[in-house]
Design a protein around this ligand. Structure first.
Ligand code: GAR
Length: 193
C-alpha cells in the first residue's frame, strides 16, 4: 500500500476530495494508495476535523513554535516521514518551503495553485486575474520545485471569468474544478511507470 500524506492550512476541501476519491473501490484497487496522515501548520485548520472523522492520523506542526523556516521544515519532515509516503500533497498549505525540504521530497511533492500557471504565482490570484482583464482563470496541479509556484505542470482546469465576477465567486467556481483535477492528477502520478 502506498501512503499519501496531505498538508493543509485551512478548510481542506481539496484534501477531502482526495480522501473521498481514495476511499472509492476503484482508486484503492488500481492505485493501492491511501491517505495515511493529514498535517497542518495551524491547529484551527477546519480540515483536521474531517480527517479525524475519517479515521486518518492528524498532526499539527505550528510554524510559530520554531525560530526559523529551516527548523519548522525539519520538524514537519520528521512528522511526514513517520508515514513513509510515496507522495506528499500540498492542499492549501500556505507556507513557503525551504529548498532543503523540497529536495528531500523531490519527485514526490505536488501542489495545487489557484491560477493558470505560469500566470499569477503567489497570493490573490483571482483578483489579479480579474484586474488584468483575463477572460479565463483556473487552477494548476504541479510538481513542487524550489521556485515558488513553478515546477512541471501535471494538470490544469480552465474556468471562464464572467462579467462582474468577484474574486470570491471566481474562487468558488475554480475550487469545484480543483476537486476534480487534483485526485485525478494524483492517480495518474501514482500509476505512472
Ligand atoms: C485552494 O484554492 C488552493 O488552490 C489554494 O488554497 C485553496 C485551499 O482550499 N492554494 C494556494 O493558494 C496555495 N498557494 P482548501 O483548503 O479548501 O483545499
Amino acid at each position: 500500500m502506498k501512503n499519501i500524506v496531505i498538508l493543509i492550512s485551512g478548510g481542506g476541501s481539496n484534501m477531502a476530495a482526495i480522501v473521498r476519491a481514495s476511499q472509492r473501490e476503484g482508486w484503492r484497487g488500481a492505485l493501492g494508495a491511501k491517505v495515511t496522515a493529514v498535517i497542518s501548520n495551524r491547529a484551527d485548520a477546519g480540515g483536521l476535523v474531517f480527517a479525524r472523522e475519517q479515521g486518518i492520523a492528524t498532526a499539527v506542526v505550528n510554524h510559530r513554535d520554531f525560530p526559523s523556516r529551516e527548523a519548522f521544515d525539519e520538524a514537519l519532515a520528521a512528522r511526514i516521514d513517520e508515514h513513509r509516503p510515496a507522495l506528499v500533497v500540498l492542499a492549501g498549505f500556505m507556507r513557503i518551503l525551504t529548498p532543503a525540504f523540497v529536495a528531500r521530497y523531490e519527485g514526490r511533492l505536488v501542489n495545487i495553485h489557484p491560477s493558470l500557471l505560469p500566470a499569477f504565482p503567489g497570493l490573490h490570484t483571482h483578483q489579479r486575474a480579474i484586474d488584468a482583464g483575463c477572460r479565463f482563470g483556473g487552477a494548476t496541479v504541479h510538481q513542487v520545485t524550489a521556485e515558488l509556484d513553478h515546477g512541471p505542470i501535471l494538470s490544469q482546469a480552465v474556468v471562464p471569468i464572467l462579467p462582474g465576477d468577484t474574486a470570491d465567486a471566481l474562487a468558488a467556481r475554480v475550487l469545484t474544478q480543483e476537486h476534480l483535477i487534483y485526485p485525478r492528477a494524483i492517480a495518474q502520478l501514482l500509476t505512472a511507470p
